[in-house]
Design a protein around this ligand. Sequence first.
Ligand code: SAM
Ligand code: SF4
Length: 361
Amino acid sequence: MTGLYIHIPFCRQKCLYCDFFSRKYDVLLADKYIDSLIKHSQKFKNKKIDSIYIGGGTPSVLSSKQIQKLLQSLKNNFNFPEIKEFTFELNPESVSKEKLHILKEFGIDRLSIGLQSVEDKSLKYLGRIHDFKTFCCAYDMAKHEGFDNISIDLIYGLTNQSVGDWENVLKKALLFNNDHLSLYPLSIEKNTPFHKNGGITDDKIQREMYEKTVDILERKGYVHYEISNWAKKNKEAFHNTNYWRNREYIGLGVGASGYLERNRYKNIEDIDKYMNFIENNLDCAIENDYIDEKLYATETIILGLRLLSEGLSVNDFKSLQHKVILLECLKEKTLIQEEEKIKLSKEYVFVFNQIASKFIV
Ligand SMILES: C[S@@+](CC[C@H](N)C(=O)[O-])C[C@H]1O[C@@H](n2cnc3c(N)ncnc32)[C@H](O)[C@@H]1O
Ligand code: SF4
């Protein structure tokens, strides 16, 4: 079984911190893009799909008609009854009852809403075009339409944000009592206005915020199942968890990555060229890396260590080199062993990259 990721590369306006691939929404361009996505998806008609994630950019910026056309073609192409989880990303300002109704009709059972902050002044600072009230309306509409599996994205560690400020943001967000939270420390990415304006973040404060978060969410009954993700029991994101389990997935759309038959690929990051390639039946995957046995073993370990509660099997450390590094990590207690499972120690989650890089041999 394979996952399917579909990239919608349009936003109403670029946020000041974001370096993800997206362009300003234009109805005619989006119409053409949807046609390309539909044609692209037909290439994978015979694949058995068990999860779909439509992300962006801003999938909800598409018109109702465009969403309906895309979902109808996916339904014709893939066997929907086999799909265990179907997620659609929403930005608060572009949610409508009509769009939610269409999503429900086509079996979308999980929504991920980008809130980022509950404070209007922080939303402005981040360059978001919605306020908190707009989020609340979108959330209520989704609930009313019958969506009960909703994830919220928040960003912490904004410039001048204190640990107490973040605690208040988190506590207010927790009032929604939703099933899933994705929480990211602000990172200043190149090619963003934040970077150009010399934006900075403070590692020490972000770490304190992270530790506070772990503490608060644990007491609220959330499982910290991945470095940046918390969920109520059995509400972990199935599609995303499969990335960390090193399973296959198809990446559809401009700039999307995929992993099929040991080939990690990335589609071209130019909308016009992408549409041209698809129209002319050319391969739009311009970066292809064959994952041999050795690299596969390393990736399995590095990805699997992100799964804090599930961990990895001891048997995933196959080579002598990986076994030696594992023993060193167990000795210094950066990793722990629970029966047949190897997990990252709680104290080292914030420095995950340092631990994981030891396994690159
Ligand atoms: C690519 S965005 C798409 C989600 C949706 N368009 C939105 O804006 O809410 C996925 C998530 O990545 C996070 N993100 C993007 N850029 C980030 C940055 N520079 N630092 C921290 N988090 C970031 C945000 O929380 C965002 O919700
Ligand atoms: S954070 Fe979301 S809405 Fe903002 S620019 Fe990035 S993808 Fe678009």
